[in-house]
Ligand binder design. Structure first.
Ligand code: ADP
Length: 471
């Protein structure tokens, strides 16, 4: 049983009111965290604001050295962090280890990228003038993160923020606070100064409102539901904060008749069932060309039946539990709706036990079904057929979301034409797992604003200053 405090200005703060953290695999209470609210949220901003001038005035190399120390400690403790993640989130331990590596890659990448925050000189209009452009950190930033990637969603935001010279207040998801707190402990151990990173757990509404209303918080970076993203966008208006939002998705996964079907079936498994289908870039609807539907289904279903569902700590298990009862209810409702509208369930379709759901294949899916328009966040693969490129592009783009899309084809002209036509921020061509630290991750339309990763990701934490100089 872990007991965790708030981390404010380098101090570990505990309050009498605690929240329980449970293991979704067993329902067991595995930890307690302090239930922070408005007061603690404000104290965290005080601390970050106080720490900001000194952190911002460090050289990029000094900040990089501290980030590298943090990276090193996370590497050394990868197993421990992965264990906490599997306990509080449920994902298979091998996936949790994979996430620690992915999370840590943002820290090492931005430790270097922070050294390349270059300015510009621009030719002036008059001989006695000079034009300089500088990049400066935005100031205090607030990061609000979800439960599906308890480590990576923190580092993907905090590494570029710190590298840019910002200080941060963080609110992890109530389901997975222990990973975030452990990462903060390692940051402290690495020597990252007091107040540069602050972590508050507790009442999401109160904490969010306090930060959104505080004009010292200059930037908010959020990953989570579209609904909360829209609320934060409204709340940001009063103090005109910079905003990055990484919201819901509804990824189309397109298999052309010229695709390598084995590769496509493997890709669909990786994209659909990773983290039990609980990622915002998971394939949410699979479109297969009618000429190859039979061969695709044979291979895909065979692979789905090979997946094992169960506790993430048992070696060999591929699919852990869903996060909570609401997630199970949503998956059940989508399957029920699809069946009512004429789809057939080729495999799965039901609960195993507790929060464990069978990997499910829904054939004959049509665009009117809820699973074809609303994010599923569960191990359900609706499959629909199509006849032409134009048809599938039109159907794929007919969504309010625009995060990730996938195309499987061996034909160069299809690869280029389709990747350009898809209204999505990320397109995987014969690639089901495109997320890496050096590339820009983010969505079009209601999937969000801004990008995380790559040199684009650090820009989100920088202001551009134009200096016009008479000489
Ligand atoms: P999900 O439905 O996947 O849990 P949410 O958008 O509810 O997604 O949660 C993502 C993060 O947003 C979590 O850290 C959660 O606590 C936080 N959150 C939820 N509601 C609010 C709110 N009103 N203001 C600020 N943060 C919130």
């Amino acid at each position: 049983m872990q007991k965790s405090d708030l981390f404010i200005g380098g101090e570990w703060v505990t309050l009498s009111e605690q929240l329980e953290v449970t293991n979704p695999s067993t329902g067991e209470v595995i930890g307690q965290v302090t239930n922070g609210g408005e007061n603690e949220a404000r104290l965290a901003v005080d601390a970050a604001y106080h720490a900001y001038p000194e952190w911002a005035s460090k050289t990029a190399n000094e900040r990089s050295e501290l980030l590298i120390k943090w990276h090193q400690l996370i590497k050394e403790e990868a197993e421990e962090i992965a264990k906490i993640m599997t306990l509080e989130q449920g994902k298979p331990f091998k996936e949790a280890i994979g996430e620690v590596g992915y999370a840590n890659s943002f820290i090492s990448w931005y430790a270097e990228e922070g050294k390349r925050i270059y300015g510009e000189t621009i030719p002036a209009s008059f001989p006695n003038k000079r034009i300089l452009v500088q990049k400066q950190p935005v100031g205090v930033i607030a990061a609000i993160t979800p439960w599906n990637f308890p480590a990576a969603m923190i580092t993907r935001k905090i590494a570029p923020a710190l590298a840019a010279g910002c200080t941060a207040v963080i609110k992890p998801a109530e389901q997975t606070p222990l990973t975030a707190i452990y990462l903060a402990r390692l940051a402290e151990k690495a020597g990252i100064p007091a107040g540069v990173i602050n972590v508050i757990t507790g009442d999401a509404n109160a904490i969010g409102k306090t930060w959104m209303g505080d004009d010292r918080v200059r930037k908010v970076t959020f990953t989570g539901s579209t609904e909360v993203g829209k609320l934060l966008m409204r709340q940001a208006a009063d103090t005109v904060k910079k905003l990055s939002l990484e919201l819901g998705g509804h990824a189309p996964f397109i298999v052309m008749d010229d695709a390598d079907i084995e590769l496509a079936a493997e890709g669909a498994i990786a994209s659909k069932f990773r983290n039990a289908g609980q990622t915002c870039v998971c394939a949410n609807r699979i479109y297969v060309h009618e000429n190859v539907i039979d061969s695709f289904l044979v291979k895909f279903i065979e692979k789905v039946r090979d997946l094992t569902v169960g506790d993430g700590f048992k070696e060999g298990n591929d699919i852990g539990p869903l996060i909570d009862e609401d997630a199970v209810a949503k998956v059940k409702a989508q399957i029920h709706d699809a069946k009512e509208k004429g789809a057939s369930i080729l495999t799965g379709g039901d609960l195993v036990s507790g929060l464990f759901f069978q990997p499910t294949v829904v054939a004959g899916a049509t665009d009117e079904m809820v699973c074809m328009t609303e994010e599923t966040f569960g191990p359900v693969a609706p499959i629909s057929t199509f006849q032409s490129v134009d048809e599938v592009i039109k159907r794929a783009n007919n969504s309010r979301f625009g995060l990730a899309a996938y195309v499987y084809t061996e034909k160069l002209s299809n690869a280029i034409r389709m990747s350009e036509a898809l209204e999505y921020g990320i397109v995987g061509v014969n690639d089901a797992l495109p997320a890496v630290a050096q590339a820009p991750f983010g969505g079009f339309k209601e999937s969000g604003l801004g990008r995380e990763g790559g040199h684009h990701g650090i820009e989100e934490f920088l202001e551009t200053k134009y200096i016009s100089m008479g000489i």
